[in-house]
Structure formats: structure tokens, C-alpha cells
Design a binder for this molecule. Structure first.
Ligand code: ADE
Length: 313
């Protein structure tokens, strides 16, 4: 079973070290809304004083939302309990605590005051229309580091996209939204093509079933690996280079998983945006190699991005 590795850890007391009580929490306003959960800004009383946090709650009290919620909590706990994890240097959103009461369940995370990267990119486009790529590339470098950490832990995020990158007050990009993340050793495919097909028929949008970020093999088999996260990272680079345009493949309006997979097998890829240098396009294209093993590892991507950035500034 897919969840075996995780459900085993979802035992009474499994999150005890992280548990805090809702009495220490005072909720503020809604800052984000997703398919399975919403995020509320909140204040948390700690021995060191009150801090602002982001509290993620289930969107509805149904099995799917709870499953997603516990999975995200389990993954974040696993990341944060790893010996080599360094909160302050990590580009993964920091877990601060969990509330697991009967009627109140929250994942408490660091509050990233600049919000999500997609909105920031679009705001930059509206405000001055100029593309200051070197600066935004800094965020890509940060996320390549988050992927290095995940690779080390044998975890896949499964939804790498600008909408899931948060920016902190001091301008550090953090990968967030681990609700779809998986242990790569879990053998069973997690979201099969036909589930996505059904979601599309029911008109659920990109936020939920983001086909255009998905790797060829994920579209075909539902299989996710660190290399499929690298594919999605290439699409994230494309989003950065276009200041948040929506990735669309030529001649494919609203394709099904298998239609899109066929298009990709023919060699079609996202085109080079006019504003994007050939060098930068080479980096993103390398993430879209048909053979997963030919895609660069996240540490190689970091080096290449730093090189590209250096030639620009
Ligand atoms: N929206 C979703 N998660 C958030 C977080 N951790 N900080 C700020 N805004 C968010």
C-alpha cells in the first residue's frame, strides 16, 4: 500500500514531540486556500514569546482531506527529524508544531510574509513589466537546494510549481505544500491517470491536477521519482522566466493525461519564451529529457543556475 510507510508512523503519540495545544494559538485571517486545506495566519505563544505562524487546517472534514493533512504532517516531521536538517539554512518550509485535537487540527509552519512565488512574479510583471531575471533566479537556486535535501531523504514532493514556493521576509524561497509528497520507496503509484482524468471532467483546475507540470512518466504511469520533481522544477524555471505565465503546450487545449504524454513523447516541449536567454532555456530543457536518468540532479542544477546568473550580473 502506498501509505504503508506513513500510516505506520501515524500512531498515537507519533507526533507528540511536535504537539502543542490550541490554547497557545490565536487564529487570525485566511492567507491561502487549496484543494485539501486552507492556511490561516495565527499567533503562537512559545516560551520565547509570541510568534506569527501559518496554521494549515483541513478544508473539509472528510477522509481525503484528513489523509492529505496527516500525510503532509508526517512528511514534514520526517524531514525535520532528520539529523542533517538545519531549519535556518533549509529551503523547506519550517515546521513549528502540530495541533491534533478532536475538533482542531493544525500544521503550524513558519510564516512566509511575502507569500507565494507565483503571485510575486505576476505582481512584478504588472508593476514594471521588466524582467529582472538574476534576482528571481535566486529563488530557483533556493528551490534546487530544497530538492537536494528531498533527494537525500528519498522523498518526492510531487507538486513542484511556483504556487507552492513561499518567500520569507528576508527573501528566501521555501518549498511548501507537502500534501502530495511521497516516500520514493513506497511502491504503489499514488495518483493514477484515471483519477486525474475524472478530476478534469469534474472541472477541478490546475491547482489540483497540474498536468502541465507533470513529467512524461508521471502522466503515463502515475509514477513519481526525484527525477520527475526535476521535470517540474524545469517548468518552475519557465514560470520564473516568464514572470508567472501559465505553462501551455502548443496545440493542446485541455488535454487528458495520455494525450499530453503522447505529445511529449513526440518531443514537444514548452517553447523558449522570447524573454528567456538560450542559456537559461538549455537549463530548463535539460529537466525535460525523456529519459529520467538523463535529467540533471538538483546539485548540478544549482551549479548551472549559479553560472547562468553570474553571466547576467
Ligand atoms: N500561505 C500558505 N502557506 C503560507 C505560509 N507558511 N506563510 C505565508 N503564507 C502562506
Amino acid at each position: 500500500q502506498v501509505e504503508a510507510g506513513l500510516t505506520q508512523t501515524v500512531q498515537p503519540g507519533w507526533l507528540s514531540r511536535w504537539e502543542t495545544t490550541s490554547r497557545h494559538l490565536s487564529l487570525g485571517h485566511l492567507v491561502g486556500m487549496g484543494m485539501f486545506g486552507h492556511v490561516i495566519q495565527a499567533k503562537l505563544k512559545t516560551p520565547a514569546g509570541e510568534i506569527t505562524v501559518a496554521a494549515k487546517a483541513v478544508r473539509r472534514k472528510d477522509t481525503q482531506c484528513y489523509r492529505n493533512f496527516y500525510r503532509e504532517a508526517a512528511i514534514l516531521v520526517a524531514i525535520h527529524e532528520d539529523q542533517n536538517h538545519e531549519n535556518l539554512r533549509s529551503n523547506i518550509i519550517q515546521l513549528l508544531g502540530l495541533v491534533n485535537e478532536t475538533s482542531q487540527k493544525y500544521i503550524l509552519m513558519e510564516y512566509a510574509s511575502k507569500g507565494n512565488l507565483l503571485l510575486l512574479l505576476r505582481q512584478a510583471r504588472r508593476q514594471n513589466g521588466t524582467i529582472f531575471l538574476p534576482y528571481n533566479l535566486r529563488y530557483a537556486v533556493h528551490i534546487s537546494r530544497a530538492l537536494q535535501e528531498l533527494q537525500r531523504l528519498a522523498l518526492t514532493h510531487c507538486d513542484v510549481a511556483a504556487r507552492n514556493v513561499l518567500i520569507t521576509a528576508d527573501d528566501v524561497a521555501k518549498l511548501a505544500d507537502f500534501g502530495l509528497a511521497r516516500d520514493v520507496y513506497a511502491t504503489v503509484q499514488y495518483v493514477t491517470g484515471h483519477k486525474r482524468e475524472r478530476a478534469k471532467r469534474e472541472n477541478l483546475d490546475d491547482e489540483v491536477f497540474p498536468l502541465n507540470w507533470m513529467s512524461l512518466e508521471s502522466l503515463e504511469t502515475g509514477e513519481y521519482t526525484c527525477q520527475s520533481d526535476v521535470w517540474s522544477f524545469g517548468v518552475l524555471l519557465w514560470e520564473i522566466a516568464t514572470l508567472g505565465r501559465e505553462p501551455r503546450y502548443d496545440g493542446n487545449n485541455n488535454p487528458s493525461c495520455l494525450q499530453l504524454a503522447r505529445t511529449l513523447r513526440r518531443g514537444v516541449r514548452l517553447r523558449r519564451p522570447p524573454e528567456c536567454s538560450g542559456e537559461m532555456y538549455d537549463v530548463m530543457s535539460s529537466c525535460w529529457q525523456e529519459q529520467p536518468s538523463e535529467r540533471p540532479d538538483p546539485d548540478v542544477l544549482e551549479k548551472r543556475l549559479l553560472q547562468v546568473r553570474n553571466t547576467m550580473i
